[in-house]
Design a protein around this ligand. Structure first.
Ligand SMILES: Cc1cc2nc3c(=O)[nH]c(=O)nc-3n(C[C@H](O)[C@H](O)[C@H](O)COP(=O)(O)OP(=O)(O)OC[C@H]3O[C@@H](n4cnc5c(N)ncnc54)[C@H](O)[C@@H]3O)c2cc1C
Length: 481
């Protein structure tokens, strides 16, 4: 086996699928016997939705969003610290937003449904997920890894820990996890409520904490600044959620049943000091944890998975030197650090004290402006992410925008098989002739950008508006050799 992935959460499944698509033999080890039904992520950012679109999963996700929301014309905006970002205030013509609209129908997907889609995708690619198998030991021999489980040991060339915030792999690999301690306890659940009229829809603040009711019927979330839960692993009871909701709402609301598995969370905010130790990598919550404000964690993890997948596959297959793997940490840790700070900022202004309250007021004024809302919506959507790559073209270092082609297809339609894409709009196929099998050449008669080299994770590493191939050979050699 080339690679062992520990954890079949969304990140482990996405990574395993990317590896299998690139021809790598991969085994996923998951300690749970069945998928986790817990109510967690729902908001999907643009890079995640586009990554799944590039693998042909957009129609399935659009179907789920329709079933979940039933709202055709829905445009996802999100919130900042509970301050809703009104779609009517967003400048949708902003170039960074307008360049990425094809996936608008796949921005609200309940996590269990997304995991179903990813599991089916991985399975179709031949990925084997061994459930009920917990990894308990790990040895990096320098030539490969040996992992221990209750049913024996397994060997592979490489290992990726996608085993969540309490990552065993991270601990066994000795990777430090510095950060800030929890101040809050949060609950999220979908419940039956005997007297829903006692709750106010949307976000409500009080000196005791914050709660949100909706947007789906029965969906509640609470936040209390109580120093964090005494026992994070204790099962969440209906009484826990009801007491929290009563405290923060100041009502005697009565909950009668859970309709979906609830979650308890904190603002424990930490990031691995490195995403790689020898032959062991971390991705997803194993590499970073933070509160769920702004719906970022799953998205960040899927970004890790698609960034690492093709690189590890290229090294495993001997196509690229091992140095390529160093770019994983270099590219993904800064994005993770930004997300941690984005969520810390929200905790800062959610506090119930008077100073935080007035700060919230100032920010609410700013977010009530077109520029303020558009800024926040772009950050949450992930469309401002840019890697510091050589080249001055506006596309370079960014995720490739929607590119409709003159034959009626979209560039993303040509990415289902993975690998590099080379868009060539020059009359004489000037760029395509340089690919030499390292990228799939997409010829097009359209106008606009004349050529672009796109990595399997959607990042543009070279682009030009003219038929000049300057820089293309270097980009091909650096990334797609
Ligand atoms: C209330 C809430 C709301 C959220 N909302 C959003 C949102 O809107 N958008 C968003 O992007 N994110 C959101 N998140 C965050 C998101 O849920 C997580 O970031 C995401 O689940 C991380 O995926 P993962 O695959 O890295 O880890 P996990 O989902 O935790 O999966 C890890 C897997 O590893 C397995 N495992 C652990 N240890 C071992 C072991 N030793 N051996 C074998 N298997 C093991 C576990 O059983 C688990 O299946 C939210 C989180 C919460 C709590």
């Amino acid at each position: 086996m080339d690679v062992i992935v520990v954890g079949a959460g969304p990140v482990g499944l996405a990574l395993a699928a990317e590896l299998a698509l690139a021809g790598v033999s991969v085994r996923v080890l998951e300690r749970r016997d069945s998928a986790d039904p817990a109510m967690r992520a729902q908001s999907i950012n643009v890079p995640t939705a586009e990554a799944l679109d590039r693998r042909g999963l957009l129609p399935a996700l659009e179907r789920i969003q329709r079933e979940t929301l039933g709202a055709p014309g829905f445009r996802f905006t999100g919130h900042f610290a509970g301050m809703s970002l009104g779609p009517g205030l967003v400048d949708w013509a902003d170039p960074e937003l307008a360049a990425h609209t094809a996936v608008e129908g796949a921005r609200m997907i309940p996590q269990p449904r997304l995991e179903e889609v990813l599991a089916g995708h991985a399975e179709r690619l031949g990925v084997v997920v061994r459930r009920g198998v917990e990894v308990t030991s790990l040895e990096d021999t320098g030539q490969g890894v040996v992992v221990g489980t209750a049913s024996g040991s397994l060997r592979a060339g490489w290992l990726v820990g996608c085993d969540g915030g309490h990552s065993t792999v991270r601990r066994l690999a000795g990777i430090p996890f510095p950060g800030t301690n929890p101040e809050i306890t949060g609950y999220q659940a979908v419940v039956d409520i005997a007297d829903p009229g006692k709750l106010t829809a949307g976000w409500s603040w009080s000196p005791r904490g914050v709660y949100r009711y909706g947007p789906q019927p029965g969906r509640v979330a609470t936040v209390e600044f109580d120093g964090g839960p005494a026992d994070r692993s204790a099962p969440v009871t209906l009484a826990d959620v009801q007491s929290s909701l009563r405290r923060v709402s100041g009502t005697d609301v009565t909950l009668t049943a859970f309709r979906a598995a609830p979650t308890r969370w904190t603002d424990n905010t930490r990031q691995a000091s490195t995403y790689r130790a020898g032959r062991v990598f971390l991705a997803g919550d194993a590499a970073h944890v933070h509160p769920p404000f702004g719906g970022q964690g799953l998205n960040l993890g899927v970004g890790d998975a698609v960034n690492l997948g093709w690189k590890l596959a290229a090294v495993v297959s001997g196509r690229s030197p091992e140095a390529l793997l160093d770019t994983y940490d270099a590219e993904r840790r800064p994005v993770g650090a930004w997300v941690l700070d984005w969520t810390r900022a929200q905790i800062g202004i959610l506090r119930g004290d008077p100073k935080s309250g007035v700060l919230r007021g100032v920010l609410a004024d700013l977010l009530a402006t077109r520029d303020g809302t558009t800024y926040a919506v772009k950050q949450i959507a992930g469309v401002t992410q840019r890697l510091p790559l050589p080249g001055s073209h506006p596309w370079t270092g960014r995720y490739v925008p929607d590119v409709p082609l003159s034959n009626g297809t979209r560039l993303a339609d040509h990415a289902h098989g993975g690998g590099f894409l080379l868009l060539d709009r020059t009359p004489g196929a000037v760029f395509g002739g340089r690919a030499h099998g390292r990228a799939r050449v997409i010829r097009d008669d359209g106008t606009g950008v004349a050529g672009a080299l796109i990595r399997p994770d959607g990042v543009v590493v070279w682009a030009t508006d003219t038929p000049d191939a300057h820089g293309l050979d270097e980009a091909l050699s650096r990334w797609a050799s």
